[in-house]
Write a protein that binds this ligand. Structure first.
Ligand code: FAD
Length: 491
């Protein structure tokens, strides 16, 4: 086995990993980042779109794994989108250098101040809204669609119809910022540049337009000369050594998932940023195989960020439906958060199927009043999730209320075309929690019971943040790593 020594190791190249890498590299530290997915930029392999799913469409699967309409066969490849299936919930995650930023819709939403305060009572809210959120907006290149373009562009009919219907039903709508470059989008509309958002590219990667992490944080970190990213390197488990350093068992694979070689990495400082599910899996698995010390609250306070998908069909397409051509980048939302009885936020989501299916798709984000728990099944040797209908009961009620109110005002039925009963309670894009900041870690993400281990990803957020989460994950990572560096944790 090849044995490699690296002073600072980061596992995972999503938001938490990318922020940590940049700030450590800027402070002059040498960093090695291990990522199980492919470095797409370096490979030169293009991403596939939703209508012609190819190599990038799924992580080692024989068929596509989108939330619905999986009629496409695939040759297994280390693609960008993975799905982890549990008894009552399916969790989608991104794989590849850039993590979730490769597959996500780019919606860059700052949480409501009051909810942020409720979820993180010990953090300095003003500091987050004055410093960390603006910093993250700048680094992630967040921008907003031009209103005139939105009004005129045929690819945004689904948003215009969605907003008009929401207003008719008495709901408030909001404009949603995004990391997709809207200047680029206007050019692609005019056919001046290759099309991406208007070419059904999104959950299997965007070839153009989207400022994913490989174009922002990771690019800047690489430019320092201090970062080495090893892709197709999957960490299997971790051991704590007597001298408080760590040893990681790692498998290097090829692009079809076959093991090329087993490696051992030794490090003094370890940052876990493998995403909520990845980090929990590593900690719980390592605990079983290596007696790795873990805090008793690990896995607790897990939530789906209130994700609940639903849709509506019109019997008679209203105002000609939502459009045959649709941009893949959502720019509108319905904000019902201040309704005491039915608080939710919902994305007016695109459904770019190449024809007008007279269907509106919504991803609701609700409060998570009953949290779940991730634990390890020793017999099955895998993580399990304590989560069922009782956790999503209130979310279902909100979705039912929303759909009924929309249909009463605008016509239409709950979409059985998309989901059984019209409700996708099992769809989760936003797994959060399990290593909650200040509970399982200290106030800056250092794991309790450890001296040299830090968790910096979505698992720090206790199961809910009320909006799409990557802006918050990035801001919390900025806050933690700034303070960890200031405390000389890495010198
Ligand atoms: P991730 O971004 O998940 O990164 C973790 C990385 O670690 C991955 O690259 C993974 O391959 C790697 N990894 C895991 N285990 C190992 C291991 N053992 N060894 C080596 N590497 C490992 N959020 C929004 O805010 N706006 C949106 O519009 C939005 N849309 C979404 C759409 C989809 C389809 C999905 C799936 C998610 C969406 N999200 C969205 C959620 C968002 O992408 C995630 O919340 C975010 O990526 C989580 O960041 P993270 O840093 O916790 O980890």
């Amino acid at each position: 086995k090849e044995i490699i020594d690296a002073p600072i190791l980061i596992v995972g190249s999503g938001y938490g990993g990318a922020v940590s890498a940049l700030r450590l590299c800027e402070s002059g530290k040498k960093v090695v980042m291990l990522e199980m997915g492919l470095n797409w930029q370096k490979s030169g392999i293009p991403f596939s779109n939703m209508l012609k799913p190819g190599k990038s469409a799924a992580w080692l699967k024989k068929k596509t794994i989108a939330p619905f309409m999986n009629i496409f066969s695939l040759t297994p490849f280390t693609g960008t989108l993975d799905r982890m299936d549990f008894e009552h919930i399916n969790i989608w995650v991104g794989r590849g250098v850039g993590g979730g930023s490769l597959v996500n819709g780019g919606m860059a939403v700052t949480p409501k101040k009051s909810y942020f305060k409720e979820i993180f009572p010990d953090l300095d809210t003003e500091k987050f809204y004055n410093i960390y959120f603006p910093l993250v907006h700048k680094e992630l290149k967040v921008n907003v669609i031009g209103e005139q373009f939105l009004k005129d562009c045929p690819y945004y009919k689904f948003t215009r119809v969605g907003e008009a219907e929401a207003h008719k039903a008495g709901f408030k709508t909001i404009r949603v910022p995004n990391v997709y470059d809207f200047q680029y989008m206007e050019k692609e509309y005019r056919n001046e540049v290759p099309r991406s958002a208007f070419n059904t590219e999104v959950i299997y990667g965007n070839n153009h337009g989207k400022n994913s992490l490989d174009k922002t944080y990771l690019k800047k970190a690489l430019e320092t000369g201090n970062l080495e990213i090893l892709d197709l390197h999957c960490v299997e488990h971790i051991k704590l050594n007597d001298d408080k350093t760590y040893t990681l068992q790692v498998q290097q694979t090829d692009i079809s998932g076959g093991v090329v070689t087993d490696k051992v990495f030794n490090c003094k400082k370890l940052i876990l940023a493998a995403g909520t599910m990845g980090t929990l899996k590593l900690l719980l698995h390592s605990n079983v195989v290596n007696n790795f010390p873990i805090h008793k609250q690990i896995g607790k306070n897990w939530g789906n960020n209130g994700n609940f998908m639903t849709g509506r069909n019109w019997v008679k397409p209203l105002s000609g439906g939502t459009g045959a051509k649709q941009s893949t980048i959502p720019v509108g939302g319905i904000d019902n958060w201040d309704d005491k009885e039915h608080p939710f936020f919902t994305e007016i989501a695109p459904l770019p199927m190449g024809m007008d299916v007279a269907t509106a798709l919504y991803l609701l984000i609700n409060r998570v009043d009953k949290k779940g728990e991730v634990s390890y099944d020793r017999n099955a040797k895998k993580i399990i999730l304590n989560w069922d209908q009782s956790n999503t009961f209130k979310m279902r009620e909100n979705a039912g209320y929303f759909i009924k109110k929309m249909n009463r005002a605008n016509g239409g039925t709950r979409s059985h075309f998309l989901f059984n009963n019209g409700f996708g309670a099992n769809v989760c894009y936003h797994p959060l929690g399990g290593c909650v900041l200040g509970k399982v870690t200290d106030e800056y993400g250092k794991l309790k019971d450890h001296e040299n281990l830090y968790v910096l990803d979505g698992s720090l957020i206790p199961g809910t943040i009320g909006v799409n989460p990557f802006v918050t994950i990035t801001a919390i990572a900025e806050y933690c790593i700034e303070n960890l560096i200031r405390q000389n944790e890495f010198s």
